[in-house]
Design a protein around this ligand. Structure first.
Ligand code: AMP
Length: 169
């Protein structure tokens, strides 16, 4: 059912990329709600204390998941957005590098964390998120994605954490 609400946009943001557009899913209340329920079903909610989403589409799925399971929500953000003391992690892109950040006190040492994002592509972004979370003392229970682009082998790159996804291409 979720698949029907994911739109393929060819050559965005650049030629050769087939962009998985989740805005039709967000527009449909029943589909969006079902998507959150299906994400929740991937990992037992008793196994984690906190949900962490990666800016920005990770927020769209992570925050409702946190609310519905009765957990707190932690944002991982792009550089320069977080107001308090933060730690930073860079990661490689196809061309150049990027960086993500988290507040040093976003989790308590040993708290169990579920990391959420919309799409698993090469796994570079989530790999950096895993490092960041471990740096501040979070214990990663798993990662959950709405979409997994299997041909990019992100799962291999995230070899040391459980990877869960709803729709695989
Ligand atoms: P990666 O670090 O390569 O796993 O890329 C993951 C990040 O890039 C996620 O935050 C996605 O939102 C975004 N992304 C990568 N590839 C796509 C795609 N084909 N369609 C939509 N979003 C993508």
């Amino acid at each position: 059912m979720i698949e029907r609400f994911i739109r393929d946009v060819p050559d965005f943001p650049k030629p050769g990329i087939l962009f998985k557009d989740i805005t039709p899913l967000l527009q449909d209340s029943a589909a969006f709600s079902q998507c959150i329920d299906q994400l929740i079903a991937l990992v037992p909610s008793s196994s984690y204390d906190v949900v962490c989403g990666i800016e920005s589409r990770g927020f769209l799925f992570g925050a409702p998941l946190a609310l519905r399971t009765g957990k707190g929500f932690v944002p991982i953000r792009k550089p320069g957005k977080l107001p308090y003391k933060s730690v930073s992690q860079s990661y490689d892109l196809e061309y150049g590098t990027d960086r993500i950040e988290i507040h040093v006190d976003a989790v308590k040492r040993g708290q169990r964390v579920l990391l959420v994002d919309d799409v698993l592509a090469t796994g570079g972004t989530m790999g950096a998120a895993v490092k960041l979370m471990r740096q501040i003392g979070g214990e990663i229970v798993g990662t959950a994605f709405v979409i997994e682009l299997m041909f990019l082998n992100g799962r291999q790159r995230l070899a040391d954490v459980p990877v869960h996804s709803l729709v695989k291409y």
